[in-house]
Design a protein around this ligand. Structure first.
Ligand SMILES: [Zn+2]
Length: 725
């Protein structure tokens, strides 16, 4: 237990906030926390609140589905998000075996009986929690202080089917109440604002007393393993503790259906197949571009089957594809391919694009900390987004948009208010931990379906024993490891070469050709070139400052910024040859504009250099910043150790505010005589994903687009909340 691993602003002994704040992020900031703490700990000075964040899902280790089991795992809520993201902080409470194994199709067991079986297994776990609770907690020592640990389940994360099993919801056919925790009817499921009548624990209790009480609430009549478990939610109990999470609601849910609808929106009357192919090609092109340019700040994407076939992707890849779709919709070709069908269906392009922007922004927004008031205000804009999805992605098949996942989407702010940031109940983390927990051990079992869960459990137990002994020993022999020191900014240029500029005539033109010598022997052998514009900029700078003699500079093709803590980590390439083609990355550049204010604009990076070979020549630092005359510089003979970058910028500034507001901004690079500069690398604000206007002709062809990096998406939604009120 280390202080730095605890949730911020949280006192682990009292369970209270250290300072009052209305920001929703860690679990203890949700509205449910204080009621639970008050109920289980109250003012008892010895009480130590231990709320469990549980996760329950089935996991397969073979393709037949027989070697599977469902671990019930948990992690304490007092850890911060980073630690709860770490698999090693999860504890397995039990493994539920594959109960369907060996029963085949001819089984006599009804689905109710099967579920009862599962609950019988689960009750072995929950009974222990109930026992501890009934005995008033257990005594132990935490960081040298003797405390009585009070235990409760704060929430259970998982996917819809796992949740349905836990609460015993009827999920076959079309039950009256489709969503497990409320009494919303079929047609309410796609309503922009969820006005739910939630089912309370008391109602379930009353329903158990009558014959068809539970059936009327669309719940199976089983003895539920979670019946007497201490939950954080006092009013809604189990039903209030199974929040739907974004990965299953959005990634594998709504986005999948949205891409399904996309199919019907592409192509002309006669050329549908061909147009769809072009559309997929365009998407493919952009994905490759995006993946290459900015690995760090963009979601992963998939090109397996093209965008219109939404089946073979994982949830997070769909978010990436949604982003690429937004880019596609800005290009000339993309608009053209969709124009016909969108016109038929009366979908305005502007609304379609706004829908995608808001969707991406919302996806990110839910994982960020916000004030309680702001989350409450978000209902309205979210409702707008739901209306947009329904209009822009018309879905006729099946249930239309009356999907439980749509309802869960509308309820997301309620869950955030209750449990804090959506990361807290995200399935991502648990799912990953789950794989480790089962798959690490799967290899060391006999892989026999009937013994699989049991052998996994034994493996896990043995490993835990070894781990505890190890921790105990390492403490007494002083081998406990201290956390590694944080790395600071690491900046390194790569791909070194030397340029020898010949003396020039009075018009600034070199008398001989410039010589380039590569540090790397292979490159030297192949006589690699560098950008003409790069050489032009350096020569012009010297000439304009009165220096016409020969000189040498060191150049670099690659520049890497490593910053472990910030999003600035990036690699910038400026090279004539990379995987057989030219590659010049784009970046946002900070400029001091003419009126002395800081301004930004997108720029293409042409190369990096240092004036560290020939001394006594004008450099941007000596001449422009320090205002030294050529004479002084030649007298001083000082080394300029600054690393410079040569950039080709736009003719106009694109402010961060405008960029943030537009999500995707268009620009064109300015003319060479005015818009090529040598500036210090510190002026690079961040990498930029830039794509061209595919399929355009004439002047439009020079138009480029840049898209907002992922870390800024959430703010887009946040800004819209204010303007929607
Ligand atoms: Zn509802």
């Amino acid at each position: 237990m280390h202080e730095e691993n605890f949730a911020s602003n949280y006192d682990i002994f009292t369970g209270k906030k250290k300072q009052t704040s209305s920001t929703l992020d860690e679990i203890h900031t949700g509205s449910l926390w204080e009621t639970a703490r008050l109920k289980y700990c109250g003012d008892d000075p010895d009480a130590f609140p231990l709320a469990l964040i549980c996760f329950y899902d089935k996991t397969n280790t073979d393709v037949f589905g027989s070697l599977s089991c469902a671990p019930f795992i948990c992690t304490p809520s007092f850890l911060n998000q980073d630690c709860r993201n770490d698999d090693s902080n999860y504890m397995v409470l039990g493994y539920i075996p594959n109960l369907g194994f060996g029963k085949g199709k001819a089984k006599k067991q009804t689905s109710d009986m099967k579920l009862q079986d599962e609950h019988n297994c689960l009750s072995l776990i929950t009974n222990q929690i109930i026992k501890i609770h009934n005995e008033g907690g257990f005594w132990t020592e935490v960081m040298g202080r003797r405390v009585c640990v009070k235990l409760w389940i704060h929430l259970i994360a998982g996917d819809t089917s796992g949740h349905n099993n836990i609460v015993g919801h009827m999920n076959g056919g079309c039950p009256k109440y489709i969503y497990p925790d409320c009494k919303c009817l079929f047609e309410d499921l796609s309503s922009p604002i969820a006005n739910c009548h939630l089912i309370t624990s008391e109602e379930i209790k009353q329903a158990r007393l009558t014959n068809d009480g539970l059936t009327n609430l669309c719940k199976k009549n089983i003895s539920n393993a979670f019946e007497n478990v201490p939950f954080a939610d006092q009013v809604y109990g189990l039903l209030g503790s199974v929040p739907a999470e974004m990965l299953h609601v959005s990634g594998t849910g709504l986005l999948k259906h949205m891409f399904g609808c996309l199919d019907g929106l592409i192509g002309g009357a006669k050329s549908k197949k061909r147009d769809k192919e072009s559309f997929d090609d365009l998407h493919h092109c952009l994905v490759i571009k995006a993946e290459r340019q900015c690995k760090h700040d963009f979601p992963c994407m998939s090109i397996r089957n093209g965008i219109t076939d939404g089946t073979k992707m994982c949830g997070s890849e769909r978010v990436g594809n949604c982003f690429v779709l937004l880019c596609v919709m800005h290009t000339h070709l993309g608009k053209e391919l969709m124009a016909n069908k969108m016109k038929q269906r009366k979908i305005p392009l502007k609304r379609f694009i706004e829908c995608l922007k808001l969707y991406l922004a919302y996806e990110r927004w839910v994982t960020e900390p916000h004030s309680r008031a702001q989350v409450r205000r978000s209902y309205k804009l979210l409702g707008e987004l739901i209306k947009m999805i329904k209009q822009c992605f018309p879905r006729e098949e099946g249930w239309g948009w009356n999907l439980p996942k749509m309802h869960a989407f509308a309820k997301m702010p309620s869950n955030i208010l209750k449990f804090g940031s959506a990361n807290n109940f995200s399935g991502n983390i648990g799912e990953r931990a789950l794989k480790g927990i089962v798959k690490d051990h799967a290899d060391k079992t006999q892989r026999r379906p009937d013994k699989f869960a049991e052998q996994c459990a034994i493996r896990k137990y043995k490993r835990n024993v070894i781990k505890y002994v190890m921790t105990d020993m390492s403490n007494s022999i002083g081998a406990s490891k201290s956390p590694a020191p944080r790395q600071n900014d690491m900046i390194e240029p790569r791909g070194r070469f030397t340029v020898h500029f010949s003396a020039m005539n009075n018009r600034g033109i070199g008398r001989e050709e410039d010589k380039i010598v590569w540090h790397d022997k292979k490159r030297e052998k192949m006589t690699f070139k560098v950008a003409d514009l790069f050489l032009f900029a350096i020569r012009r700078f010297s000439h304009s400052h009165g220096y016409t003699d020969e000189f040498k500079v060191t150049g670099y093709t690659t520049f890497k910024v490593n910053n472990t803590s910030s999003e600035k980590t990036a690699t910038y390439y400026a090279t004539e040859y990379m995987n057989g083609e030219k590659r010049y990355d784009y970046a946002m550049i900070d400029f001091l504009s003419d009126d002395g204010l800081s301004a930004t604009c997108p720029a293409m990076i042409l190369g990096f250099l240092q004036y560290n070979i020939t001394l006594g020549i004008p450099t941007p630092h000596f001449s422009d910043e320090e205002g030294q005359s050529l004479h002084t510089i030649q007298d001083n003979m000082a080394v300029d150790n600054n690393l410079y970058v040569v950039v080709h910028t736009t003719s106009d500034y694109v402010s961060i505010e405008r960029f943030q507001n537009e999500f995707v901004s268009s620009f064109t690079l300015g003319d060479i005589s005015n818009c090529v500069y040598i500036i210090k690398v510190e002026a690079i604000y961040g990498p930029l994903f830039v794509f061209q206007n595919y399929g355009s002709v004439g002047d439009e062809k020079n138009k480029l687009f840049c898209a907002l990096p992922k870390s800024k998406w959430g703010k887009y939604f946040d800004d819209r909340i204010h303007s929607s009120l």
